[in-house]
Design a protein. Structure first.
Length: 181
């Protein structure tokens, strides 16, 4: 009997250890003051956004979706995004200092990266990458030396919002930004 209990506990441990962590059971609202924790805050217009798909995670999730009749239709269009890469025309630097050359990445976190990003003006909270690589689902993402990443507050979301949105306006007010067309 003790042998069976040991096997059962071992199987449970393996199942728990091999599944992704679900740290956020309830999402929290993102507040304007959360943006101020970012090292660099900028306002800019998105000129290019590329969502880089993760083929392994996409296939794994598609197989899982296909097992449920109610989700089967979503399976063929599902795409798991590994990271996002965006280019901006910078309108203003509200906090911090941008390096002469930089690339902006949106890494997986509580929310995002998005598979698309609507054109328009955005306010972003960024941080420098303290390492050239980051782990995502046991795979290594190699980032260039000039990488900046979109910050986030755990369980609340990424520090990116359209400048004209309610949150964007409040962040601008908090940082005393004068509206621009």
């Amino acid at each position: 009997m003790k042998y069976l209990q040991t096997i059962a506990v071992t199987h449970m441990a393996v199942l728990v250890a091999s599944s992704p962590a679900m740290a956020c059971l309830v999402s929290k609202p993102l507040h304007p003051s959360d943006f101020t924790t970012a090292e660099i805050i900028i306002v800019g217009r998105v000129t290019n956004y590329e969502a880089v798909a993760d083929p392994i995670a996409t296939e794994r999730t598609r197989r899982l979706l296909e097992t449920s009749p109610s989700r089967r239709l979503r399976a063929k269009d599902y795409k798991s995004i590994s990271y996002g890469r965006l280019d901006l025309e910078i309108d203003d630097v509200l906090k911090g200092k941008l390096p002469a050359q930089f690339a902006i990445y949106w890494l997986p976190g509580t929310a995002g990266p998005s598979d698309t990003l609507a054109p328009g003006r955005y306010i972003l909270g960024l941080g420098r990458v303290d390492t050239l690589s980051t782990h995502y689902e046991n795979r290594l993402l190699l980032l260039p030396l000039d990488a900046l990443t979109i910050g986030e507050k755990a369980c609340a979301g990424a520090f990116i919002t359209q400048y004209s949105s309610e949150l964007g306006k409040k962040v601008g007010e908090l940082l005393k930004v004068h509206p621009q067309p």
